[in-house]
Design a protein around this ligand. Structure first.
Ligand code: 5AD
Ligand code: SF4
Length: 444
C-alpha cells in the first residue's frame, strides 16, 4: 500500500480538464494516496494541461519548472503531465523536460494507475485514446454538482483550433451508460449535472459500443431522473443547434434556461476563414429560434478577436452582432496561433498585438454594457438559487447560481447544495444581488 504517499494536482484549462482532474484525484485516493495541500512535499506532482491558447502553455511551463526545482531537492518525487498539452507534444515532453516521469493524453487517465503500480518507474508516455474516464472513481469538489463527459474529440475543423489535433475524432458514450452514471450520481446526492463535450449537440452520431442517439434524446432521458434538478451543458456548435434541443429547453423542467453558444466572429467572411460552417445571418437565425421558444433564456458566447486577416470592418460586424444579440456574458479571446492548425499558416495576415488588444477592449465594453442591460430584467424577480458557499467579497453573505447561470450574492441562511428563493434587488453585468425570500421559502 501507498498509505503515506501524497499527491498534488494543478489543473489548467477547461471544465473537461477539471472533470478529468476529479477522476485523477479519485483514482489516486483509491490507490491509497492522500491529497497534499501544496506541491512542496507531495510525492506525486501532477499537471493536467491545456493547449487551447499560447498563454496556457507558458503559464504551465513556469509551474513545471517549479516542480523540477522541488524534485532536485527531493529526487524521489514523481512528476506527471496529463491533458491536451501533453498530447500535443507527445514523447517530445521527455526530451524537452527530462525530469517528467509520466505523460499521458486525455484518453489515458487510467494509465496513470498502471504506471504508479508498475515495478519500475521509468519515464513512459501514453497517448492513444482508449477510453472514457466514466468508470473511474471520482472526487468531487462539491458533492451536489457533477460533470459528465458525454463525448471526446471533435469532427469540426475550425482553422484556429488545436482540439481536433489533440483530442482526435469525436467518440460518444452510449446513452444508457450516461443515464446510469447520472442516476448513480443523483443517488449519491448530486442535483446539478453539466454535460461536457467539444460539440455536445453532435452527440449520438458516433456512439462507441451502442446505438445511435441524439443530444435531445439524452436531455429527455436525464430530465426523467427523479431528484436531478438542473441540467447544464457546454459547448454546443451553432451548426448543430436544431429545434429539438431548443424545444428541450422550453419543455424539460431540469434543462436550465442558459445556453453557451460560441459565435467566434460576427463577419461571415471571417467565419468562413475560421471554417465555422455558418454565416452571421445563420447565427442570428439560430438566436431568433432559441428566443422564440425561450424568451427569457440567458445566452453566453465565445469570441475571438484578431483572427488573421480580420479588418476593422470585419471587427465592426462582431460588435454589431454583440449589440444586436445582447449576450448575457461572453468569454473573449485574442487569437493565438496554435501548432498543427490551418490558421497558424496565415502568417502574412497576422493582426498586430496592439490592434488585437484595442479591439478586445472595445469588444469587452460592448459585451459588458449589453450584459448589464440584460441583467436588469431580473430585478424584482424571485429566482431559485443553488447555494454554493459564501460570497467572495463579503463572507457574511451567501453565493450561488440562478438557473440562468448568473452568480447571485445574497443575504440569508442556507446550506451549500440547497436551492432557495432569492429576491433580486440589483444587477451588474457579472453578478446579481438579493435577499433570500423567507416568505417564499415558508410557502415552498
Ligand atoms: N486562439 C484564441 N482563442 C481560441 N479559442 C480556441 N482556439 C483559440 C485560438 N487559437 C477559443 C474559442 C473557443 C474557446 C474555448 O477558446 O473561442 O470557443
Ligand atoms: Fe475546436 Fe471548432 Fe471543435 Fe470547438 S468545434 S473544439 S472550436 S474544432
Amino acid at each position: 500500500m501507498n498509505a503515506s504517499k501524497t499527491f498534488h494536482v494543478t489543473t489548467f484549462g477547461c471544465q473537461m480538464n477539471e472533470h478529468d482532474s476529479e477522476r485523477m484525484k479519485g483514482m489516486l485516493e483509491s490507490l491509497g494516496y492522500a491529497e497534499a495541500g501544496a506541491q512542496d512535499g507531495a510525492d506525486l506532482i501532477l499537471f493536467n494541461t491545456c493547449s487551447i491558447r499560447e498563454k496556457a502553455d507558458s503559464k504551465f511551463i513556469a509551474y513545471l519548472q517549479q516542480a523540477a526545482a522541488l524534485k532536485r531537492r527531493n529526487p524521489g518525487t514523481v512528476i506527471g503531465v496529463g491533458g491536451c498539452w501533453a498530447q500535443s507534444v507527445k514523447e517530445d515532453v521527455f526530451r524537452q523536460f527530462p525530469y517528467v516521469d509520466v505523460a499521458f493524453g486525455p484518453g489515458q487517465v487510467h494509465k496513470l494507475a498502471e504506471f504508479l503500480n508498475s515495478d519500475s518507474l521509468t519515464a513512459q508516455g501514453f497517448f492513444e485514446f482508449e477510453g472514457f474516464t466514466g468508470h473511474l472513481p471520482m472526487k468531487r469538489e462539491r458533492e451536489f454538482q457533477g460533470w459528465v463527459q458525454i463525448s471526446a474529440g471533435c469532427n469540426m475543423k475550425c482553422s484556429y483550433c488545436i482540439v481536433p489535433a489533440t483530442r482526435g475524432r469525436q467518440v460518444d458514450r452510449p446513452l444508457d451508460e450516461l443515464v446510469a452514471e447520472v442516476r448513480t450520481m443523483v443517488d449519491g446526492g448530486v442535483i446539478e449535472v453539466t454535460l461536457l463535450g467539444q460539440n455536445v449537440n453532435a452527440y449520438g452520431r458516433a456512439v462507441r459500443g451502442g446505438e445511435r442517439s441524439s443530444f435531445a434524446a439524452l436531455l429527455a432521458e436525464l430530465d426523467a431522473i427523479d431528484g436531478l434538478r438542473r441540467i447544464r451543458y457546454t459547448s454546443p456548435h451553432p451548426q448543430d443547434m436544431k429545434e429539438d434541443v431548443v424545444l428541450a429547453h422550453a419543455q424539460l423542467d431540469s434543462v436550465c434556461p442558459h445556453m453557451h453558444l460560441p459565435l467566434q466572429a460576427g463577419s461571415s467572411r471571417v467565419l468562413k476563414e475560421m471554417r465555422r460552417t455558418y454565416s452571421r445571418e445563420r447565427f442570428l437565425d439560430r438566436v431568433a429560434l432559441i428566443r422564440e421558444h425561450n424568451p427569457d433564456i440567458a445566452l453566453t458566447t465565445d469570441i475571438i478577436v484578431g483572427f488573421p486577416g480580420e479588418t476593422e470592418a470585419d471587427f465592426q460586424e462582431t460588435l454589431e452582432v454583440c449589440e444586436e444579440v445582447g449576450f448575457d456574458g461572453a468569454f473573449t479571446f485574442i487569437y493565438s496561433p496554435r501548432r498543427e492548425t490551418e490558421a497558424a499558416e496565415f502568417t502574412d495576415r497576422f493582426v498586430s498585438h496592439e490592434v488585437a488588444v484595442d479591439r478586445m477592449e472595445r469588444l469587452v465594453e460592448v459585451v459588458q454594457r449589453r450584459a448589464g442591460e440584460r441583467a436588469q430584467r431580473f430585478i424584482g424577480r424571485t429566482l431559485d438559487v443553488l447555494v454554493e458557499g459564501y460570497s467572495r467579497t463579503d463572507p457574511s453573505r451567501l453565493r450561488g447560481r440562478s438557473a440562468h447561470g448568473k452568480v447571485v450574492n445574497f443575504t440569508g441562511l442556507a446550506q451549500p447544495g440547497e436551492i432557495v428563493p432569492v429576491e433580486i434587488t440589483s444587477a451588474t453585468s457579472q453578478t446579481l444581488a438579493g435577499e433570500m425570500s423567507l416568505l417564499a421559502r415558508a410557502l415552498a
